[in-house]
Design a protein around this ligand. Structure first.
Ligand SMILES: [Zn+2]
Length: 154
C-alpha cells in the first residue's frame, strides 16, 4: 500500500509485456466531437505516438483515481475541470492484466495545463480524424471500440 507500488512489468498470457503490476488506466477526455490526445516523448515506451495520458495503477487506487492522477501528472489537468458523474469506462481485459480507459467530458472551463517530461504536447482532435494520426499501438487497437462507445452514449 504505497505510492508507486504498481510500477513494474507483467508477463501477460497474451504474449506481451505490459506496464503496471495492478493493471493500468488512462483518461480519455471528450468535448463536442473531439478528444484530447497526448504526444508521447520520444524516449518513453512507444514514444513519438499519440495516445491518452495513463499509466500503472497503484494497489490502493480505483481505476478512476489512477487515470486522473496520471493525467494530472502528464498533461497538467485538474480534476475539477472534468465531469466524472457521466464518465464511461472501456475495459481491455487480458486476464493477467487489464487497461481501463476512463472516458470523461471536459467541462467548459477546462484548460490543458503544463505537460511533464513524458509529454511533448496535448491537443484536441476531431473524432473522425483520429485514424490519420500516428497512434500508440494499443490505443489504435482500442480506438474503434472506444469511439463506438462514445457515439452510443450521445
Ligand atoms: Zn496482455
Amino acid at each position: 500500500m504505497a505510492a508507486r507500488d504498481g510500477d513494474g512489468w507483467i508477463e501477460c498470457r497474451c504474449g506481451s509485456r505490459h506496464w503496471g503490476l495492478h493493471g493500468a488506466a488512462g483518461l480519455l477526455l471528450t468535448r463536442s466531437g473531439e478528444i484530447l490526445l497526448q504526444l508521447r516523448a520520444p524516449w518513453v515506451h512507444n514514444g513519438g505516438t499519440w495516445g491518452i495520458p495513463g499509466g500503472a495503477r497503484d494497489s490502493h487506487e480505483s481505476w478512476h483515481e489512477a487515470a486522473i492522477r496520471e493525467a494530472i501528472e502528464e498533461i497538467g489537468i485538474s480534476g475539477e475541470m472534468i465531469d466524472l458523474e457521466s464518465a464511461l469506462q472501456f475495459s481491455d481485459d487480458h486476464g493477467d492484466w487489464r487497461y481501463e480507459t476512463i472516458i470523461a467530458h471536459a467541462l467548459d472551463h477546462f484548460t490543458i495545463g503544463e505537460s511533464n517530461h513524458e509529454t511533448v504536447e496535448a491537443n484536441w482532435f476531431e473524432m473522425g480524424k483520429i485514424e490519420e494520426l500516428p497512434l500508440h499501438v494499443s490505443f489504435a487497437k482500442a480506438w474503434p471500440d472506444i469511439k463506438a462507445l462514445i457515439e452510443s452514449s450521445q
